[in-house]
Design a protein around this ligand. Structure first.
Ligand SMILES: [Fe+2]
Ligand SMILES: [Fe+2]
Length: 439
């Protein structure tokens, strides 16, 4: 399993385990030693990116959780939906609404991808960044679709319970309540109106005009209104409320969370996470770890469904397998397994000394489950100081936090996943937890 390192930590002679691709072009091939002049270029152009570096030494002596298959599934799902949405974007330039025919084509792509995800179950999603982005809105939609279906599948018990609680019918068959098709369609088309604002990405203004800001606040209703008549009514209603917050103060209506459809609450989480962890022309990305912390424990936490949000954090995992992190005593450790119960406390092996030099096998420590090792704390991951993970929880605030304000803006990017066996265990655990929370 390769090490995941920030570009600035690369040194000459290291070998990339995966090629570095930017806008469809291979910038640096995998499998050959990096030269000093290549490194200068990488540090200049991609200073914040993470890359996978082959490490045969660690591979020999450490057993890493294998996340390759799940990353493939994630890329496949996100990539397919993103390329569909790129087509939708082109159509929207020509016409202001989608025709029945456009919708039918996109619907069958969504259904096919839902079948693919059902056939390739995952339980954990891991953020994976590529530098391959051409169309922000399409990429963002790919991430939101994929995350929403992974989360929706993992919490089917909660979905069924909430749909039955919210329905006006006396009875809803569990098979109907469990149907995730409206979630898939809503997550795919929730931001479709934003294509009309795509020019601000090509030629970003100093700040968004009042009219543009108003447009963003209206985009849920605009999206719902421009979809053809045969678009399912539930999915259309879900789109209208995908930016409402659990504690109110969302948009367009500001109504409170448990009155929103459970699919809207799922998309709200996935949309905000995909948005704040993506770089776009208006802002820097925040790290997946910081985003999850703000959304679960930080000042943005009252925006999100309090049952779904911690489950999402367990599903996503803040630290990818192979991430090299710095401990408070200066030593370097490598994440070898996720921690399902305490996602901010992964399982690590201490493999580097305070100067970054490799420790001989006999002086390496671990695997250490950081949730059981209070004295072993994380200090940094790449450029990020992780001190906030050990700070007391913030009180929810009425003021928008950086996470919240970023969450309501428009953005885009990518994500990825993990292992199907763990998913099944995880789902059973989720189910218990959920039903315990709602006796
Ligand atoms: Fe949206
Ligand atoms: Fe969005």
């Amino acid at each position: 399993m390769p090490l995941l390192l920030p570009v600035k930590e690369l040194i000459a002679g290291m070998t990339l385990a995966e090629p570095l691709v930017f806008k469809g072009r291979v910038m640096v091939a995998a499998g050959r030693p990096l030269a000093e002049d290549e490194l200068d270029g990488l540090r200049r152009r991609f200073p914040r990116s993470l890359v996978r570096v082959a490490d045969a030494y660690l591979d020999d002596i450490v057993t890493f959780q294998d996340d390759r298959r799940d990353r493939e599934v994630a890329l496949q799902a996100q990539g397919q939906i993103a390329s569909c949405m790129t087509e939708v974007g082109r159509t929207m330039v020509r016409r202001s609404a989608l025709s029945t025919r456009d919708f039918k084509t996109m619907e069958s792509a969504a259904l096919e991808m839902m079948r693919y995800l059902a056939d390739h179950p995952v339980t954990a999603a891991m953020v994976m960044r590529t530098m391959d982005s051409e169309n922000h809105i399409a990429d963002h939609t790919g991430s939101v679709f994929y995350l929403s279906l992974v989360l929706g599948s993992a919490v089917k018990g909660y979905v069924v319970q909430e749909r039955i609680r919210q329905t006006s019918l006396k009875q809803m068959r569990p098979s109907v309540a469990m149907d995730l098709v409206p979630l898939g369609l809503a997550s795919m088309f929730a931001d479709v109106a934003m294509f009309s604002l795509a020019d601000v990405y090509d030629d970003p203004p100093e700040r968004l005009s009042d009219r543009q800001q108003q447009f963003i606040r209206e985009h849920p209703n605009r999206a719902a209104d421009l979809l053809p008549e045969l678009f399912p009514a539930i999915a259309r209603a879900v789109i209208r409320s995908h930016h409402e917050n659990h504690a109110g103060r969302g948009y367009p209506k500001g109504t409170e969370g448990d009155r929103q459809h459970v699919f809207s609450r799922i998309i709200r989480i996935c949309d905000a996470f995909a948005a704040v962890t993506a770089v776009d022309v208006f802002k820097e990305a925040i790290s997946p770890c910081r985003a999850l912390w703000e959304m679960t424990r930080g000042p943005a936490r009252d925006c999100f469904d309090p049952v779904l949000m911690p489950l999402f954090a367990r599903l996503i995992q803040p630290f990818p397998i192979g991430a090299r992190v710095e401990l408070v005593d200066g030593r370097g450790a490598v994440v070898v397994r996720y921690n399902r119960n305490e996602p901010f406390r992964p399982v690590v092996v201490v493999a580097f000394d305070e100067h970054g030099a490799r420790l001989p096998a006999e002086r390496m420590a671990g695997p250490l489950d950081l949730s059981a090792e209070d004295q072993v704390r994380l200090a940094r991951f790449g450029e990020e100081d992780l001190g906030y993970l050990y700070a007391p929880e913030d009180e929810p605030s009425n003021e928008p936090s950086p996470g919240q304000s970023a969450a309501v803006s428009i953005q885009h990017r990518q994500v990825a996943v993990t292992d199907s066996k763990v998913m099944l265990d995880q789902e059973r655990r989720f189910e218990r937890l959920i039903w315990c929370s709602f006796p």
